[in-house]
Design a protein around this ligand. Structure first.
Ligand code: FAD
Length: 322
């Protein structure tokens, strides 16, 4: 069962924006169990513990400080401060680099521009860009990479423009593209230049038919087309999917395009297909795990619930049995 096959998906993703549902869910004690499955914890120390374990198991990490859609500049500043502190802590893990990451940072941070102030009116883009620059400088000092997450389609143009600007000074900044958007094949063609890092995911938001494929088969076909473009390009593809079809599609494409194992990576989310992540890492694959932490987990959790009816059934049963 995949990304768009859940009939409740639009309902859950609408609930993700509701403050009333947020209050109900966040005060329910059983929520903790399911939050713990997908989120490393609420504090930076929790994230560091999980990062250390994952690095020790031969996997890389991309750490996300949870939060999005900030409408307050003070809050956006606090997010920048948290990322800089996180990067200083991550910088101390240098010695723990797994062998599969030889020649590349095993540690990355993932950043949402709306958490850095992108939605703060007309100055939003400039504020988010300046904030992202600060994080990229801290990442450079720590020997870590930075990728800019993809959010809903209303901010795609601004997000990709900011990634372009950042790359002038920080060429390794990663872009994220979503296969469900009709525009993404074109974006991939523009993003395949040398040293360009691109994470390809299916996409996690509820998008209208006018901009997105809504049928699972169409999303999968788009993912494959985009993957082919990225693997044939000069950049560094980051194959972010748990879907066995795409995990296995990578090898034949790498063989055709002559890519070695250090010239692309698999990416999966913390708590999802953990055995498969470990199996790939044990087989000498470069695997990076996206690790979210922080107290603003509500939107992230709702997107994970929307992806899988069985997650939702488990969650609702927990709420009803309290
Ligand atoms: P699916 O077809 O949804 O899933 C394939 C299989 O994976 C399922 O059959 C199941 O076994 C397992 N699985 C998938 N999801 C779940 C789940 N929630 N719970 C339990 N099992 C599950 N989206 C964005 O919009 N922007 C981003 O910046 C972004 N960054 C991402 C970074 C990483 C590293 C990853 C892995 C995903 C990211 N996503 C992002 C989410 C992505 O867009 C998809 O929503 C998500 O990965 C599910 O799609 P899938 O490719 O794994 O395939």
């Amino acid at each position: 069962r995949g990304v768009l096959s859940n009939p409740l998906r639009p309902v859950i993703l609408t609930a993700a924006k509701s403050n009333a549902v947020r209050r109900l869910v966040t005060v329910a004690p059983p929520t903790r169990r399911i939050v713990d499955r997908f989120v490393a914890g609420t504090t930076r120390a929790d994230a560091m513990t999980v990062a250390t374990q994952l690095l020790g198991s031969g996997r890389g990490v991309s750490i996300d400080h949870l939060g999005e859609n900030t409408l307050d500049v003070g809050q956006a500043r606090a997010v920048v401060g948290e990322y800089c502190d996180l990067l200083a802590d991550l910088g101390t893990l240098g010695g723990a680099t797994p062998e599969t990451f030889t020649g590349a940072p095993a540690v990355e941070v993932s950043v949402k521009l709306t958490a850095l102030g992108l939605s703060l009116g007309t100055d939003g883009s400039k504020i988010a860009l300046d904030h992202a620059r600060e994080i990229c400088t801290a990442a450079q000092d720590a020997g870590a990479w930075v990728s800019i997450d993809a959010e809903d389609h209303t901010v795609t143009d601004d997000t990709l423009a900011i990634v372009r600007d950042l790359r002038a000074d920080f060429p390794d900044v990663g872009a994220v593209v979503q296969a469900y958007l009709r525009r993404t094949e074109g974006d991939c063609r523009e993003l395949v230049g040398p040293r360009s890092r691109v994470r390809l995911c299916k996409g996690a938001y509820d998008e209208p038919e006018s901009v997105a494929y809504r049928d699972r088969a169409e999303v999968d076909a788009s993912y494959l087309r985009c993957l082919q473009i990225l693997m044939a390009g000069d950049g560094y593809p980051m194959v972010a999917s748990h879907d066995p079809a795409f995990v296995t599609a990578v090898d034949p494409l790498a063989a055709v395009t002559g890519r070695g194992r250090g010239e692309f990576e698999h990416q999966m989310l913390f708590g999802i297909r953990d055995n498969e992540q470990q199996r790939l890492a044990d087989a000498g694959r470069r695997v990076r795990v996206y690790v979210p932490y922080g107290s603003q987990w509500y939107g992230y959790l709702m997107r994970r619930l929307a992806e899988r009816p069985s997650n939702l059934r488990f969650f609702v049963r927990s709420l009803l049995s309290r």
